[in-house]
Ligand binder design. Structure first.
Ligand SMILES: *[C@@H]1O[C@H](CO)[C@@H](O)[C@H](O)[C@H]1NC(C)=O
Length: 362
């Protein structure tokens, strides 16, 4: 049977260590890591899946990591982020927090107005003053639990410190900005995602950021918008003021584990066959826990994206590459070797999961 023949070929290839660099790069971690979710997170967002430094054992409790090696830099980043996570509200709690803040802010405005028209000799004046200072303190504390608020304030202070030439202060606010941003989900979607583009089937995108703009570049494409082109962009500046979250009914809320889904304004690219007449349409990105969707609004077209498993990532990137290489003689041979490796790999793991069960962002 073909599959057993391919398995032999695979075994032989492994034994001889005849690997292309790509195969080689992924082979070791793929076979030694029990939990795919962590591998894909590392392979996808960091591009450094071959880690050399051993992980100290005291990470076990905070991070449910499989037994594999993580570079020191990333360990430090995780440590910082775990600390930051406790500081900020997330998910539905963030919307409750903002509701409370809005309520208290109104009370503050009212009390200030009243206090101004009450004469100083009136005993109510003192009481109001006291309430005002209480409200100010409370608002300061509550706003400090909203990572987007802290990021916005830090960005402003950073700009001021920079223009004043105060390097020490600039460094402080820059670190504060980074820390807050690390806890804002829409700023932490870096890396690879897979979504089904209607009739065009599954496609892979790479999410990167340029300042406050999220950019989704196609790593695999189709006849309309090909590989290498931008699929969509999202404007994340001033996001708190932009769009109200989608509020789910209780049944859907139960299913997703949250009632409020944050939304952001974007632009989605479309084109006729052959990337003719590319056009940018109004769009929206919606965060749904560990997934997100992007909608091309005028078309009523919505694509859900999930983190690909490491297996799917390899498969899609290789397929896309092998299509490209067919015109090149040497490349065609290498291509054939890769395909053999790949096919056997896939036969071994048929019916394996397409997407990760556990998301890496939550
Ligand atoms: C995704 O983008 C990042 C940042 O530009 C880059 O380092 C990485 O190699 C890209 N990933 C792939 C698979 O192209």
């Amino acid at each position: 049977m073909r599959s057993s023949h391919l398995c032999c070929l695979l075994a032989a290839l492994r034994a001889m260590a005849v690997c292309t660099s790509l195969v080689h790069a992924f082979q070791a971690p793929m076979r030694s890591i029990p939990a795919r979710n962590t591998l894909h997170a590392s392979a996808a967002s960091e591009g450094d899946s071959i880690d050399k430094n051993p992980r100290p054992t005291n990470y076990e409790d905070e991070f449910p990591l499989p037994d594999f090696e993580v570079p020191e830099l990333r360990q430090l980043r995780w440590e910082r982020e775990a600390l930051a996570k406790g500081k900020y509200a997330s998910g539905d709690a963030l919307y409750e927090l903002r509701r409370t803040i809005a309520y208290l802010r109104n009370e503050l405005i009212d009390t200030r107005q009243q206090q101004q028209i009450v004469s100083i000799s009136n005993p109510n004046n003192k009481r109001m003053k006291h309430r005002i200072s209480e409200l100010e303190k409370e608002l300061l504390e509550l706003n400090g639990r909203d990572a987007e608020f802290v990021a916005a304030v830090s960005r402003e202070l950073l700009a001021k410190a920079k223009s004043a030439g105060d390097e020490g202060l600039a460094k402080k606010y820059s670190a504060q900005l980074d820390e807050a941003r690390s806890q804002i989900p829409q700023f932490n979607l870096h890396g690879l995602w897979v979504g089904k583009y209607g009739e065009n089937g599954y496609e892979m995108i790479n999410v990167t950021y340029s300042d406050d703009t999220l950019i989704a570049t196609k790593l695999t494409g189709d006849n309309n918008v090909p590989k290498g082109e931008i699929s969509f962009t999202v404007d994340l500046a001033h996001s708190t003021a932009a769009l109200d979250p989608i509020e789910l009914n209780s049944k859907a809320a139960k299913q997703w584990g949250k009632s409020f889904l944050p939304r952001f304004v974007g632009k989605g690219q479309v084109a006729a066959e052959g990337f003719v007449n590319p056009t940018w349409l109004e769009g929206q990105l919606i965060l749904v826990g560990r997934f997100f969707s992007f909608a091309w609004l005028p078309l009523g077209h919505q694509v859900f994206f999930g983190r690909p498993s490491s297996e799917l990532t390899l498969k899609m990137l290789r397929e896309s590459k092998s299509n490209e290489l067919r015109s090149d003689h040497v490349a065609v041979m290498r291509d054939a070797m890769e395909e053999a490796w790949e096919e056997s790999y896939w036969i071994e793991r048929e019916a394996d999961n397409f997407f990760d069960e556990d998301g890496s962002f939550e």
